[in-house]
Design a protein around this ligand. Sequence first.
Ligand SMILES: Nc1ncnc2c1ncn2[C@@H]1O[C@H](COP(=O)(O)OP(=O)(O)O)[C@@H](O)[C@H]1O
Ligand SMILES: [Mg+2]
Ligand SMILES: [Zn+2]
Length: 314
Amino acid sequence: MTATVLTKEDQKISAGHRETPTMHACQSDARPEISLPAEKPSLLVEHLSKHFGSCCSYCNDPKAELERNICPQCGSVHAVRDVSFEVYPGEIVGVVGESGSGKSTMMQCLYFDQDASAGQIKVKPYDGGEQNILELSSQEKRRIRNTVFGMVYQNPYLGLRMNYSSLSNIAEQLIASGDRNVLNMCDRGKNLLKRVNIPDRRSIEPPKNFSGGMQQRVQIAKALSNNPPILLLDEVTTGLDLSVQANVLDLILQIRRDLKVSMLVVSHDLAVVRMLADRTVVMLDGRIIEHGLTDQILEDPQHAYTQQLVYSLL
Ligand SMILES: Nc1ncnc2c1ncn2[C@@H]1O[C@H](COP(=O)(O)OP(=O)(O)O)[C@@H](O)[C@H]1O
Ligand SMILES: [Mg+2]
Ligand SMILES: [Zn+2]
């Protein structure tokens, strides 16, 4: 496959890039408020929190000072603290932050792999975005997992059955969303694998035979199988060789261009987020410390931590 990466201009055209989007008014930020687009976000996250441990009267106060993300009194871990943001249709939002900043926990709360401790999540395809999906029954949550979200985990062992063929991995996802026609599933599976550049003859091989880059591409094919309007990608290129990373990043941009899905792209690597994201949120110790247009954050980072991230790119 070609490793050509789309220019920022291509990306803007392909995504119907907005010149004046905004982040949800959530954390203090020195940037001026930007006006809200009229359309509804595909994904709205409001005041999301997730803690591990029983908490105490001290750390139940959302303004409590913690030691990084740990309560000094009871030792509970506040992995995600009062996080709010939105993703608009066809938009890629990047979440960047060092290891332990809460990115994966936040993603797992969105995909119901973890139960959130507090907050609201709304998705436009479900009830027009009116319902807090965290309050739904487990059956409805499963339906949302299978129809609204596609998930790509950092660790392909979490997202794939390594001993089943790649085609079966996709078929399993199609069955979960209600498909029962074997020929149809086979066709769709092969097309999806072709889209992520897995050769036809290898579609019957199990992912355990594949390189890391290929495994991520099978995960992406599986995540796309139900045409989900929202893709969640957690450290999708971490641990891959640079040339393989470029291939996967290129694939993600192609998918956005062709399918117009919204994406939430989590990475500890600002270079990855710079390549993909229209807007970026920066997390530190479970909180969002900065958010804005990716270009703006790169040109004029406000928070000392973001400045350090940006300067380390130079
Ligand atoms: N199951 C768990 N129990 C206790 N602490 C956890 C658990 N999962 C994650 N954490 C903690 O939550 C914080 C955020 O972790 P994580 O979401 O994996 O961060 P990131 O993806 O940004 O590296 C870390 O301090 C981590 O140790
Ligand atoms: Mg992580
Ligand atoms: Zn506490």
